[in-house]
Ligand binder design. Structure first.
Ligand SMILES: Cc1cc2nc3c(=O)[nH]c(=O)nc-3n(C[C@H](O)[C@H](O)[C@H](O)COP(=O)(O)OP(=O)(O)OC[C@H]3O[C@@H](n4cnc5c(N)ncnc54)[C@H](O)[C@@H]3O)c2cc1C
Length: 137
């Protein structure tokens, strides 16, 4: 039995505030579909912030690298630098009103075959609480 568990209903739960998670959330927000992003770190796009060297540029041209609904500007160089890409992601988050929940380490996710609902167990590594997210559909 789980003790001291915070339980929350959600329509869509997205694991990770990387590029995929941010893009998915933006598309859902555009469709007015409520969603929650759970991110284990204290910031978004951890791969780009923690695991890339400073001189890095995207190795594909900019037209192949933008996230949905926000192309890079015409004046941007063909190959975007790491810093410009992180700036782009920050603007993306503002533009689409994205608000990941940080310090949330997803421990497990399972789908109840009878109800079709997902249950996502999360460790809040700031408060120490266990959180349970249960999808509504
Ligand atoms: C050096 C380099 C150069 C690249 N160049 C290009 C390029 O030119 N063009 C291009 O399109 N792509 C490029 N990519 C690829 C692109 O960065 C990746 O495809 C993209 O980051 C994948 O996004 P993602 O959201 O799927 O995964 P990630 O970016 O890895 O994000 C996953 C997120 O989930 C979080 N997470 C993981 N596990 C959990 C958990 N259990 N609970 C909660 N949160 C969790 C992580 O902290 C992370 O924030 C490059 C990648 C690298 C490393």
């Amino acid at each position: 039995m789980l003790v001291d568990v915070v339980v929350e209903q959600a329509v869509v739960v997205i694991v990770g505030a990387g590029l995929s998670g941010l893009a998915t959330s933006a598309c859902l927000n555009n469709l007015s579909i409520p969603n929650i992003i759970l991110e284990k770190e204290s910031f978004r796009a951890s791969l780009w912030k923690l695991r890339t060297y400073d001189r890095l540029k995207l190795h594909l041209a900019k037209e192949f690298c933008n996230l949905p609904h926000k192309p890079f500007s015409h004046s941007a160089p063909a190959y975007i630098s790491k810093d410009d890409f992180i700036r782009y992601l920050n603007n993306y988050v503002s533009k689409f009103n994205l608000s990941p929940r940080y310090h949330r380490l997803v421990k497990s996710a399972s789908c109840d075959k009878l109800t079709g609902r997902w249950q996502i167990e999360v460790e809040n590594n700031k408060s120490g609480e266990t959180e349970l997210y249960i999808t509504e559909f």
